[in-house]
Design a protein around this ligand. Structure first.
Ligand code: AHR
Length: 549
């Protein structure tokens, strides 16, 4: 249904101007660049056809790795790439993916389409990909069906430099020097595809796997325990206790401390039911608002996990990692249901911008986040067309690009005041996403969506503002009083289109691309009393760069 056809089942508050204040000289926590992280699973056409086409492909490649994909992602400065899953990680036996490609054993990818995996993309290919991208690998070890020794051997294979058996095996396979691997995942979704464990059972395993995943030489692992679904704060609490942390931060000496350094959780944006998630492009305004509302709820889920961690770790030593997030819609008609291939519209871009605003605000605890997934799966950055070979940059890609300036920048608190514009949605489901029943928030019913979201940071002599107008019909003017210092001439970029359903295709690559916002941004007032004024059309995302002295 098109926007114009749909009945709008929402009521809006009339506010057309939003006022706020930012002190440019009060930098807060550093926004880790790793919250702009990525995820690549052996799922559908993410690895095969997405990142990897094989050395014999007509698509330009380096040892099978697709070069247009590498170039597009390099432009995002992607900080890390998670691999090999997801659910696939807990079925994956890394030794099947090394050595001559034509001699590698095959396996069945039971989770994703029940297809045969030929293991032609394995450890060396992944590490080569990371080198081409200039990104840090985030490797997830198999806890669900693997052994502690297997995980321990993998760390040695990757990071050990001497003539020990695993280092010698790596050398025999053509790689002399050890790689540097920091991010090390201990399984995936152990409450579900990763083994259907209780939090307590997994906590024990995470300690054991964490202990035997050792630092080799100067390579220090940052071990990430697999965490909760959505708002399952109890899971996070159990893992904090598994680390030997007690209320108030006291530690049981010599207990779990150091077994892992971070705890993850997953939270997808699912507006429909799990069985009928809705189309990625054929949606009405009701579905549009329901989706962005679910996305906005990431704020309270982040806050919930962070609150639990604060109680057990007031010093903030343990990191929080959201290593799977993004929209999850029905697959595109005619595609394999197990391949999770969906289009990506302006709506997805706004889902991304909302998440980043929340990530920036939680910079004190959130150390990493990974969009699911980078190419051809779920909320992808890139879609590759099988027939034409074309590469499509999605609207979500552009949000990652426009927000690059927030990487490792200092968060600036944006105080919005007065009644913010809202839409009241008469009937939406509780928090979307998957996972064990009862781990959502909210009952089905009415909900209020705040339709403006803003975040800001400063780095290298300039401030960067990100602003989203979720209202599909009403424009908004943002007026931010600036304090602390005097800004120079601002420039803005705008991402929008005629309708939230707009998306890029091989036939139309630029339906949703950022454009110069020209006089959509201005500074009013003089030194000490400047106001940054930004015009936001309906369903739009903008970034503003402000030079600082
Ligand atoms: O990203 C797709 C899947 O979603 C992952 O494999 C799994 O971890 C989650 O359920």
């Amino acid at each position: 249904m098109s926007t114009s056809e749909s009945a709008v089942p929402t009521t809006a508050s009339p506010t057309a101007t939003v006022e706020g204040l930012v002190d440019l000289e009060l930098p807060g926590h550093t926004i880790s660049r790793h919250v702009y992280g990525h995820f690549s699973e052996h799922l559908g056409r993410c690895i095969y056809g997405g990142f990897f086409v094989g050395a014999d492909s007509e698509v330009p490649n380096e040892d099978g790795i697709r070069l247009d994909v590498v170039e597009a992602l390099k432009a995002l400065d992607i900080p890390n790439l998670r691999w090999p899953g997801g659910c696939f990680a807990d079925d994956y036996h890394w030794k099947d993916g090394i050595g001559p490609r034509d001699q590698r054993p095959t396996m069945v990818n039971s989770h994703w389409g029940d297809v045969v995996e030929d293991n032609s993309f394995g450890t060396h290919e992944f590490m080569h990909l990371c080198e081409l991208l200039g990104t840090e690998p985030y490797v997830s070890a198999n806890v669900g069906s693997g052994t502690v020794k297997e995980a321990s051997d993998w760390v040695q294979y990757l990071t050990r430099g001497d003539d020990s058996p695993m280092a010698a095996l790596r050398r025999a396979n053509g790689r002399e020097e050890p790689w540097r691997v920091r991010f090390w995942g201990l399984g995936n979704e152990p409450w579900g595809c990763g083994g259907r464990m209780s939090a307590e059972a997994y906590g024990e395993l995470a300690r054991t796997f964490g202990t035997y995943s050792r630092d080799m030489g100067t390579n220090e692992l940052y071990r990430i325990a697999a965490g909760a679904a959505n708002a399952d704060y109890r899971w996070t609490e159990v893992l904090m206790k598994a680390l030997g942390r007690r209320l108030g931060g006291a530690e049981d000496p010599g207990f779990g401390n150091g077994a892992f350094q971070a705890i993850s959780f997953h939270c997808y944006t699912v507006a429909g039911s799990w069985e009928e998630k809705g189309s990625a492009t054929q949606f009405d305004l009701e579905q549009y608002y329901a989706t962005v509302l679910q996305a906005q709820r990431i704020e309270e889920v982040l806050a919930g996990h962070a609150r639990v961690m604060d109680v057990y770790d007031p010093a903030g030593e343990i990191g929080l990692v959201l290593d799977e997030w993004g929209t999850w819609f029905d697959v595109e008609p005619g595609t394999n249901p197990g391949f999770l291939f969906q289009q990506n519209s302006l709506r997805d871009a706004l889902v991304a911008s909302l998440h980043f605003d929340a990530f920036h605000r939680h910079a004190d605890r959130l150390v990493m986040a990974n969009i699911a997934q980078t190419v051809n799966v779920l909320q992808a950055m890139l879609l590759t067309d099988e027939e034409s070979g074309a590469l499509v940059l999605t609207p979500s890609y552009h949000v990652f690009e426009m927000n690059k300036g927030h990487h490792d920048a200092a968060n600036l608190t944006v105080h919005l005041r007065g009644d913010l514009p809202t839409r009241t949605l008469p009937d939406v489901r509780g928090l979307g996403g998957h996972g064990p029943a009862g781990h959502g928030l909210h009952e089905r019913g009415p909900a209020e969506l705040t339709t403006v979201s803003v975040s800001a940071s400063r780095k290298d002599g300039r401030a960067l503002f990100s602003a989203t107008n979720l209202d599909a019909e009403a424009p908004v003017t943002l007026r931010l009083a600036l304090r602390g210092t005097t800004g120079g001439r601002p420039t803005a970029r705008l991402l929008t289109a005629d309708a939230p359903q707009a998306h890029n295709t091989p036939q139309r690559l630029d339906a949703v691309v950022p454009r110069d916002h020209g006089d959509g941004v201005r500074l009013e007032g003089g030194p000490g009393a400047q106001t940054l004024v930004l015009e936001l059309p309906p369903h739009s995302f903008a970034t503003v760069e402000l030079p600082l002295p």
